[in-house]
Design a protein around this ligand. Structure first.
Ligand SMILES: *[C@@H]1O[C@H](CO)[C@@H](O)[C@H](O)[C@H]1NC(C)=O
Ligand SMILES: *[C@@H]1O[C@H](CO)[C@@H](O)[C@H](O)[C@H]1NC(C)=O
Length: 307
């Protein structure tokens, strides 16, 4: 005999047994004279198999699986029953899912109804059942965006929020869906809080730093994580005055000559704007002329002086 074949057979038997034979979560005796209400028990989400063994069915009495408050819960269940038998079994049609029961306080609701003949005036009593489905940490946090990109003015007030990230964990209970946030690298300009917010901690200066990038991580209690990128772009604000490159400009002009002055030393007059990121138009004016008897006008923007 082939010993390999023997081992394989044994394995198959034991696997089959563990899935199919598992005891039902609860057993009950049906009451078709008055109905009833019962908590079947509790089981972890993901469970498949027998849920409830229903005893005490009078031979000839028909029973049916019907909704109890939450019709959608029946998508998880089916009833195994043959007319004439005294027992019926409620079992899963698909793995139980705590997230699908959130609005029912994680209680799966169903009813085994005694299905009489209405014409005979038989009351179709319900034997209502609830089964507690325990939430497992089968979901990790997920950021609402992979990239958070914001533009912030360099005059954004210190100690106020610049951008906030958010990750949601699909699990049903706070023990499994609470998310904590962290970020790298750390920065002198921003603090990062438990709510996922970047708070400006010192004045921005476009001329020094034009952008920041961070990687944020959301983690649940059991170590499931998601990451996202944060890009903060600084926008220049017109907060610096224009300035001249030289304190003094010189030009010579012939006596009695009224013309353009085009030999300005050390270079033509031109001012720079202190804000490097915005192209503001600079306007020029002459404050005073000495001796006062001369009149000098300037032609902007080429800055030609004429007498
Ligand atoms: C039992 O439940 C079913 C389905 O919800 C309903 O139609 C029926 O009227 C109920 N029976 C009684 C006696 O309330
Ligand atoms: C960030 O700023 C640097 C320096 O000004 C620049 O070279 C780079 O392109 C910027 N990156 C982004 C993503 O804007």
């Amino acid at each position: 005999m082939d010993p390999g074949g023997l081992i394989q057979t044994c394995l198959l038997v034991s696997i089959g047994a563990s899935v199919l034979s598992g005891n039902p979560i609860g057993t009950s005796t049906i009451n078709c004279n008055g109905g009833g209400n019962q908590r079947v028990g509790a089981v972890d989400e993901g469970y498949t198999g027998d849920v409830e063994l229903v005893n005490g069915i009078t031979p000839g009495q028909s029973v049916k699986l019907v909704p109890y408050f939450f019709p959608s819960h029946l998508e998880f269940l089916e009833l195994s029953f043959t007319l004439g038998e005294t027992t019926a079994t409620v079992r899963t049609k698909k793995p139980l899912d705590a997230e699908a029961l959130e609005d029912a306080d994680l209680l799966l609701h169903y009813s085994v109804m005694c299905d009489g003949n209405a014409d005979e005036g038989v009351i179709k009593h319900n034997n209502t059942r609830t089964l507690k489905v325990n939430d497992l940490n089968d979901n990790g946090p997920v950021f609402s965006k992979k990239l958070y990109s914001v533009t912030v003015s360099e005059i954004h007030p210190v100690d106020t929020e610049v951008v906030r990230v958010n990750a949601v964990d699909g699990d049903s209970t706070s023990a499994n869906n609470r998310v904590t946030y962290s970020t790298v690298p750390s920065s002198d300009y921003f603090s990062f809080n438990n709510f996922g917010a970047f708070i400006l901690t010192r004045r921005l200066n476009y001329n020094l730093v034009q952008n920041f990038s961070f990687v944020v991580t959301a983690e649940d209690k059991w170590g499931l994580v998601d990451t996202a990128n944060v890009q903060i772009n600084v926008e220049d604000f017109d907060n610096l005055n224009p300035y001249f490159s030289h304190n003094q400009y010189q030009a010579y002009i012939q006596e009695n000559e009224a013309s353009s002055i085009d030999n300005m030393q050390p270079e033509p007059i031109k001012a720079q704007d202190g804000d490097t990121g915005i192209d503001m138009t600079i306007t020029y004016s002459i404050r005073a002329v000495s001796p006062e008897k001369y009149r000098i006008t300037l032609t902007s923007p080429t800055l030609e002086f004429s007498l």
